[in-house]
Design a protein around this ligand. Sequence first.
Ligand code: CP
Length: 303
Amino acid sequence: MKLHHIIESQQFTVPVLMELFNLADSMERIVARGGTRDYSNKIMALLFYEHSTRTRFSFESAMMRLGGKVIATESAAEFSSFTHGESLEDTVRVVGDYSDVIVMRHYEVGGAARAAAISAVPVINAGDGKGGQHPTQALLDLYTIHREIKTIDGVKVALVGNLAEGRTVRSLAYLLGKFERVKLYFVAPKPLQMQEDIIHYLNNHKVWFTQEENLREIINEVDVVYMTRLEATEGEGMRPSGFFMDESLMKLLPKKAIVMHPLPRANEISPGVDADHRAVYFRQTRNGILVRMALLVSIFDGR
Ligand code: CP
């Protein structure tokens, strides 16, 4: 398997996904023995123009487990020559001379694609803009479903939250749409429903989906509840019914189903849910290390 730029979910095929997941499984043994020195000649550059905890730390950790080195600025928007008006293209050209792969989070939809268009080294999209994509998050999400549910074909997934702007749910919908007999339940207030590009893609690929406004109405039908933030209500202390997971709703969730969240969460999952074995969001974050190690290995070994 040879990977180069990783920009959007649509670029992956099912055989490549399965190969990637097998490789991610094998990374668990490397992590268990404290890592490898195999990639000690490789340098990863981080260009994060937006904040991050999981994506940034897990990519750094993945690179270090592989024996590689990391160069970064705390915030590319504050401490790079972006503040002097340097273009994204010039920055990427220069940073590509100093590294073997660039991991980039950008505030504009299409930022990673712009970087990839001129980059001499592979560019990994770590999230681009509101309503863009976050493909490596979707890969670790799909890997989590693969590990927890044991199959992706036929899986029934509720995607909940701000689906119009949420890049994790957008990337995951594209990936899930590649599998057989998948059913997608889009649960969001009408103004925050899935955008037309995803609907068009799913219709073209004959993927079953429905649009809902209350998780309670469909929770007993699904294998996976994928919660995300409702950005519009953040910070207001609101818990909009229909989009909030608590202990009472968990009682309606099938026994073998799981609750996922890309994190960070705001107020959409009650902390009381965390102890339930079906709440897998912290296992999901750990899977991020394995998948990101597998992606880096596929890029380095494929060059
Ligand atoms: N899931 C995710 O992208 O988290 P961060 O914003 O902390 O990287």
